[in-house]
Ligand binder design. Sequence first.
Ligand code: ZN
Ligand code: ZN
Length: 370
Amino acid sequence: MNYPAQAAVLRGQSVPMSIEPVIIAKPRFDEVLVKIAGVGVCHTDMVMRDGLLPIPRPVVLGHEGAGRVLAVGSAIDDLAPGDHVALSFSSCGQCPSCDLREPAYCHSWVPLNFFGARADGSTAITAAGGEPVHSHVFGQSSFATHAVVHRRNAVKVDRDLPIELLGPLGCGIMTGAGAVLNALKVRPGSSIAVIGVGAVGLAAVMAARIAGASAIVAIDRHPSRIALARELGATHAVAADGRDIAEIIASLGIAGLDYALDTTGVVPLVEQTISALAPRGEMALVAAFAPGAKVGLDATHVMSGGRVIRGVVEGSADPQTFIPQLLAYHRAGKLPFDRLIKTYPFEDILTAIADGEEGRVVKPVLLMPD
Ligand SMILES: [Zn+2]
Ligand SMILES: [Zn+2]
C-alpha cells in the first residue's frame, strides 16, 4: 500500500516551501518506511533551496530526520516496525570508497544525494494531483511526516533516547564531530581553531574536548554562539571583528595551530586560517563553498611545513558505526548536542528556517505530528 502523508514541498526558486498532502510509496525490497518524529534544519537545505546546489523541483528537502520504522522491504531482516532509526546520507555500498568503509566519499555521492530520486531515477513521493515530487534528497527527504529510505542510511538507535532530537546526528553533528575525530584525528594536548560555531562548529568544539585538545579556539560573529562555545569546551572564544584570523590566533599566544576547521566557506577566512597553521598543521574544509570558489595558497608555506589542507564530507563517517559512537558520548555527558536544539511544530517550518539563518537558533528541529 501507499501512505498518505504531509510534506513541505518546494516548487519554485522564489516560492517558499509549503506543507501539502502527498502520497509516499511503499518501501521497495531494500528500503524502509519511517514515520518521522523530528527533523533538523541544516544549512545545506538552504543551499539547495537557493539553487546553489542544483536540485530538481518540485522537491521535498530535509536530511536530518529520525523516527520510527513503519514498514520494511522484503530483503530487510535486521530492522522491524517499531524500531527507532536516525537517518543519514546515502551511499552505494559497492564502490571503492564504500568498500573502504568511507561512504561519505561514495563515487555515486552526487546522484544518490542530490538528484532528488533513487538511483534508477524514480521518486517515492506523489502530490495530491498525481504529479511526481522529487524525493530521496540525501537519501531521505525528511521535511515530511514519512520518508522512504534505503536500509544503508537508516541507523538503528536505542528506544529510550528522545528520537525526535536525534536527526541532526546524521548530518550536522556528525560533520563537526567526525571532522575532528575521524578526519583530523586531533591529538591530546594539541591546538585547534574552529572557524564558525553553528551546529557543525559547536559539534567540533565538543569533539575537540573529547579528543583532549588543550587549546580550542572558537571564532564566530554571533555573541550567543561564542558564549555557548565556551560552555561546551572552547578554551578561547572570540568574536569575529574583522581582524585577520592569524592575528587573532597570535594574540592568544598560540604560535601556530596544529589543527583548524572551517565551517564558513568564506574564502578569505580559509586563507587566513591556513596562514596560521603550525608546521605539520592540518586544516579541514567542511562547508559548502560558492560554486567555482578558489582558495589561494602560499605554496611554500604549505609545502615547507608539511601542512595539509583537506576536504571533509559528513565527518568522514560511516553513519552505522559513528552515530552509535556519538550517542555513547552523549550518554556519558560529553556531547550535549541537545543544547544546540530548539524545537518547532512542523507547520512553523518557515519560522524555524528563518531563525536558523539569522543566527537566533543554532539547530532548529521540526517536530512532526503523530
Ligand atoms: Zn546537512
Ligand atoms: Zn559507494
